[in-house]
Design a protein around this ligand. Structure first.
Ligand SMILES: *Cc1c(COP(=O)(O)O)cnc(C)c1O
Length: 301
């Protein structure tokens, strides 16, 4: 069952004056438009997980996330649409005292929230710990944090079906890297896939991403880590101003956690002359606009 509206995923050209003739074209694939809650890339990572849960005869799914997690809220919405009960294991007992809008909305959509300490949360991938959780909360199909499993990567590969040929570069932001892996493996080898990771330090791509890539030598992919703006979820006035300008120029809202940092990075790369004049660049807008709630009053959209 498809609960998203793929027809809405238009490819929108950015206004040329933004990149001033430095490349041939920059277009944006608007996956943010496919569903009001389930941002595009999250749906792709979830769809095969939910199917697998059904195939296994699971009666509920269980997944993990922080208080502002796009994955958690997307899972709540997708599971609800599939009439599949779901449990969200939330990082940090403190998150319970002042539940975020993300958590409240997830709970309103029927997700049972279970708060655990950050120490316990760090054991989220251990089979023994997962067993403890299912003993306590009932047999479940477990979807790892961020949908970072085989089903997630295979589903993410389907995003490539929305990307026509002829692009020299495809840009996507990187969290777990699941979407990046899916795209890199599915797109034609002559297209370079650029990932933008918005966090500081400890970027263990070699163990989390590279093993899953068909082409492990980075001839046609690269992951940039320069544009984290102080760390994951961090933001400053420069970024907020960039987001407002971007919105006024192109009519496209960006989220401050992922897509704004990617587009800011791309803009700097353009100024630095990284691309050749005939480059044709496609940026995947992965949505995540609910992540702007804490800075909403400073945004013009
Ligand atoms: C989760 C998310 C990402 C990162 O996706 P991964 O597959 O985990 O790398 C990028 N952008 C947005 C808006 C997201 O919510």
């Amino acid at each position: 069952m498809d609960i998203i509206c793929e027809d809405k995923a238009i490819i929108q050209p950015l206004n040329e004056d933004w990149y001033g003739g430095r490349v041939a074209a920059i277009n944006m694939l608007r996956l943010d438009l496919v569903h009001p809650v389930i941002s595009g890339n999250k749906w792709y990572k979830l769809k095969r997980n939910l199917q697998a849960a059904k195939d296994f005869g699971a009666t509920q799914v269980l997944t993990f996330g922080g208080a502002y997690s796009n994955h958690l809220i997307a899972t709540a919405a997708a599971a609800q649409a599939h009439h599949m009960p779901c449990i969200g294991i939330v990082r940090g007992l403190y998150a319970q005292n002042a539940p975020s809008v993300t958590l409240k909305t997830s709970s309103d959509m029927g997700m049972q929230l279970v708060y655990i300490s950050t120490a316990d949360y760090s054991r989220k991938t251990e089979p023994g710990f997962q067993q403890e959780l299912t003993d306590k909360y009932g047999d479940s199909f477990i979807i790892p944090e961020g949908g970072a499993n085989n089903e997630g990567r295979m589903g993410a590969a389907d995003m490539a079906l929305l990307i026509p040929g002829g692009y020299t570069h495809v840009c996507i932001s990187v969290g777990t890297g699941t979407s990046f892996i899916g795209l890199r493996n599915a797109l034609c080898p002559s297209t370079t896939v650029l990932g933008f990771a918005p966090f500081k330090g400890n970027n263990d791509f070699n163990s989390a991403i590279v093993p899953h890539l068909n082409n492990k030598t980075n001839e046609n992919w690269h992951i940039y880590t320069n544009w984290h703006f102080g760390g994951f979820g961090k933001c400053n006035n420069i970024l907020l101003q960039f987001m407002n300008e971007f919105y006024h120029r192109h009519g496209i809202p960006l989220d401050m956690v992922y897509n704004a940092k990617m587009m800011y990075g791309l803009k700097e790369m353009l100024s630095n002359g990284v691309f050749s004049k005939n480059a044709r660049i496609l940026c995947v807008h992965t949505g995540g606009l609910q992540g702007n709630s804490s800075v909403q009053d400073q945004l013009d959209f």
